[in-house]
Ligand binder design. Structure first.
Ligand SMILES: Nc1ncnc2c1ncn2[C@@H]1O[C@H](COP(=O)(O)OP(=O)(O)OP(=O)(O)O)[C@@H](O)[C@H]1O
Ligand SMILES: [Mg+2]
Length: 510
């Protein structure tokens, strides 16, 4: 007799159906797992046998074959333990097989029969719900899976015995509650930063339009400090975005206690990060930092210290909004619609451009250091600002600066204007100016006559690429939105162009 249990394999954040077939037949006493299983799945044999034993069930003295179908789909991870164990229990008659048919199952087993948390419960739950099935997942993953739907059937047992008792009707499991993290109150606040009004304005513009930002300044000027309050001025995630962000975190096994939060992700990887850590990949393909920062901020501090491969790997996601990892036998795509925020010193000694200072190595100190960032990557950064050292008088001044909450209100207003405009135009997948397509931005950000002549002059003099031209228009649109102005004027374009020119000014000053 063959018992069947449904489980999933993950391809990107998508849960692909996998059928676990368990057959007990006369023959040499043994247990085989077939169907392109990786090491973690092959080891599941030992865990399943021990867990069944601990739950008071002995393995049959027969030949047990477990097939994971489709046989040509690679199976990775430890979440196959529970479906295999339940399939075996059904084949042994310990639980009714027909009751299992309505569920998708995933979970890892401990040797004592308890069920341990696994990655990917949320996408599995969403997939199961779409098919009209229920979900059996570990107790710790219940709060996350419950987000898939209100009437969706979820069983989140702590152990094999608990699920067997549930099916026998002796101890009924209750449905887990959808978990949400209380929004953190202790986020760094813009008010803690003294002075730096220009940098704060650029942060506000970046937050309002989702633009990429580069801060250049001497050591200790407060660049790292300026990036930290960014999450506090960004609007909360919309429900659809929240689900996408959480699916990625779920597949990466990073949903703390299975709870979701509507705060935008803020990822700040160390500069030793490899290319696989940045965009995803590795032996077992996992989402990288760029995907974990989906709909949020990827902060790269000490920008030129990152390896050129890791940085240039970001070029594709910055343009398309997803990371595609191609392997010899399969291809995986993770969403990665990010806002890049980077900070760097102008040169190796950090002081180039400071009044009265000359680098010991002369001009090469700056050029060598800045050359570590490729031109195409720099071209994707809309806002480039200088962050000069904060003056002593600013530091001593007792009055507190504007709070994050006030700035957040203006940002939220500008974002609402953008969202409504894109909805009117039927571009519902676009929510911010930064991610709007070139044709749409030409339509919505066409400047008035004097603005147009300024843009024309600047493009010719500064040799803008087509991308730079569109990005200047996008920033100008955001500046107009912050003022709730329908038309993009000369003043908006002048500010947008000045943000693009900062790094060139720096070069001339040094
Ligand atoms: N505007 C400011 N208001 C208050 N404190 C500040 C300000 N700027 C800098 N500081 C102080 O200086 C410290 C160093 O700032 P930060 O680490 O952000 O500098 P940095 O520009 O990132 O330097 P580096 O280039 O060396 O990384 C902060 O921890 C803070 O104590
Ligand atoms: Mg720093």
């Amino acid at each position: 007799m063959v018992a069947r249990v449904r489980t999933v394999a993950f391809q990107g954040i998508e849960a692909v159906p996998v059928d676990v077939q368990v057959m007990i037949a006369p023959g040499k006493v043994n247990m085989h797992i077939v169907g392109l299983a990786d090491k973690a799945v092959a080891e599941s044999r030992e865990r399943v046998q021990a867990a069944l034993h601990a739950s008071g069930l002995s393995m049959p003295s027969k030949k047990v074959t477990v097939n994971l179908a489709p046989a040509d789909l690679p199976k990775e991870g430890s979440h196959y333990d529970l479906p295999i164990a339940l399939g075996l229990m059904a084949a042994l008659g310990a639980i009714p097989g027909d009751m299992l048919a309505g569920y998708v199952v995933l979970g890892e087993l401990s040797l004592d029969g308890t069920i341990a948390a696994v990655a990917g419960a949320l996408p599995a739950a969403i997939g199961a719900n779409a098919e009209g099935k229920g979900l059996i997942c570990p107790f710790a993953c219940g709060p996350e899976a419950a987000w898939a739907g209100k009437d969706f059937d979820i069983l989140a047992p702590r152990s094999l015995i608990a699920i067997a008792n549930h099916f026998r009707g002796t101890q009924v499991l209750s449905r887990p509650e959808a978990g949400i993290h209380a929004s953190a109150r202790d986020l760094p606040d813009l008010a803690d930063i003294k002075g730096q009004e220009t940098a704060k304005r650029a942060l506000e513009v970046a937050a309002a339009g989702g633009h990429n930002l580069l801060m250049i300044g001497p050591p200790g000027s407060g660049k790292s400090m300026l990036a930290q309050p960014l999450p506090s001025i960004l609007p909360p995630l919309a429900p659809k975005e929240l689900l996408e962000v959480s699916m990625i975190a779920s597949v990466a096994g990073e949903l703390g206690e299975g709870k979701l939060t509507d705060r935008r992700p803020f990822r700040a990887p160390h500069h030793s990060a490899s290319m696989a850590a940045m965009v995803g990949g590795g032996l077992r393909v996992r989402p990288g930092e760029a995907s974990l920062a989906h709909h949020g901020v990827l902060f790269l501090d000490e920008f030129p210290e990152f390896s050129p491969q890791a940085l240039d790997a970001l070029r594709q996601p910055l343009e398309t909004g997803d990371c595609m990892i191609a392997r010899a036998n399969h291809r995986v795509t993770y969403p990665a619609r990010i806002q890049l925020v980077a900070a760097m010193n102008p040169c190796r000694c950090g002081m180039a451009g400071e009044p009265g200072y000359r680098c010991l190595r002369g001009e090469r100190c700056r050029t060598d250091y800045q050359a570590r960032i490729s031109g195409p990557l720099l071209d994707r950064i809309d806002l480039r600002i200088e962050v000069p050292a904060v003056s002593a008088s600013d530091l001593i001044r007792p009055d507190r600066a504007e709070k994050s909450a006030d700035v957040a209100l203006r940002v939220a207003r500008a974002r609402t204007i953008q969202r409504e405009r894109f909805e009117r135009l039927g571009a519902t997948s676009t929510t911010t100016n930064a991610h709007c397509s070139p044709s749409v931005i030409e339509e919505v950000a066409m400047p008035d006559a004097s603005g147009l002549s300024l843009l024309k002059d600047a493009s010719e003099k500064l040799g803008f690429s087509a991308r730079a031209y569109h990005r200047v228009l996008k920033v100008a649109r955001t500046l107009a939105d912050l003022e709730a102005s329908e038309t993009v004027g000369r003043i908006h374009l002048a500010e947008a162009i000045s943000y693009r020119m900062s790094s060139e000014r720096m070069a001339q000053a040094a």
